[in-house]
Design a protein around this ligand. Structure first.
Ligand code: UDP
Length: 260
């Protein structure tokens, strides 16, 4: 696939043109940012894992009828996707209270919600992605009432599906962020962006160990190990690359046996 010019560069991804005017190439970088860009780092191999994890999740969602931008993965870091006009809202779905919600409302970290909570944040780095009400979304024309109803239902369906998917591999889906866009070719609203440990909070079901970007946000270390663990449990860590180093076991001849 011939890569065209760079159309957009975000914090963790780059969008390139493709030979088809309705399709673009999404490239996953290793860059990580947190706290509205105040904390930055490059985590070697993160983009490769997020590409694989997001591809797996988006194609599983497609299989259950949730339309999304994924056409196919092209290589270790890139996917061919539908070109969309992104709706400038981050749809945050929560099953367990943590993160910004605990700080904002003083609710105890780890409180399990009776039903999923959906929050809307206006995508604007200069304003720090502020929380907005449904009314703001249609008052300012970011989406219509009908579109918002459709997206809200999609968010709940995606949450149901993903909760089950992760439960099956011993992971609690605590919360996550979704983005939707209007497909350029036909104007239909579809799921876009990515779903990965960068955009979800994933806790080990037995130990509550964090297997997501909170390891970076909170300086917990072993970020790549956590992302690899998620990929491994999803059953997608077969392909090897130069950037994802397999665990090196010594060859039998290298094993030094200590003589007594
Ligand atoms: N999230 C995201 N991008 C953002 C903000 C949040 O992917 O710009 C995800 C985040 O990883 C978490 C969920 O949305 O899974 C809820 O995040 P929260 O509002 O608690 O924000 P934070 O604690 O990161 O400030």
């Amino acid at each position: 696939m011939k890569k065209g010019k760079k159309l957009y560069e975000g914090k963790a991804k780059i969008i390139f043109a493709s030979p088809d005017k309705y399709l673009v190439i999404q490239h996953f970088k290793d860059d990580a940012t947190a706290y509205n860009n105040q904390k930055r780092a490059s985590i070697e191999g993160k983009g490769i894992l997020n590409n694989r994890i997001s591809e797996h999740i988006f194609s599983s969602l497609k299989d259950v009828g949730i339309e999304n931008h994924l056409i196919k993965r092209l290589n270790m870091r890139e996917q061919l996707i539908n070109l969309v006009d992104i709706i400038p809202i981050e749809f945050v779905v929560r099953n367990i209270v943590t993160g910004s919600l605990t700080k904002r409302l003083g609710i105890e970290d780890g409180t399990i919600l009776n039903k999923p909570l959906i929050e809307f944040c206006y995508k604007n780095d200069n304003l720090g992605d502020p929380l907005v009400a449904r009314e703001h979304i249609y008052a300012f024309g970011w989406a219509s009432l009908l579109e918002l109803d459709f997206i809200t239902k999609q968010c709940l369906r995606i949450n149901d599906f993903l909760q089950g998917l992760f439960k099956g591999i011993g992971i609690k889906l605590v919360d996550f962020k979704l983005e939707f866009g209007k497909r350029k070719s036909d104007g239909k609203i579809i799921l876009a962006d990515e779903i990965s440990p960068d955009t979800c909070r994933l806790w080990d079901a037995n130990t509550d160990k964090k297997l997501d970007k909170d390891r970076f946000r909170k300086d917990l270390g072993n970020i790549m190990e956590a992302y690899q663990e998620v990929a491994k449990r999803l059953g997608i860590l077969h392909e090897q690359s130069n950037n994802i180093r397999p665990i090196k076991f010594p060859k039998p001849t290298e094993v030094k046996i200590k003589k007594k």
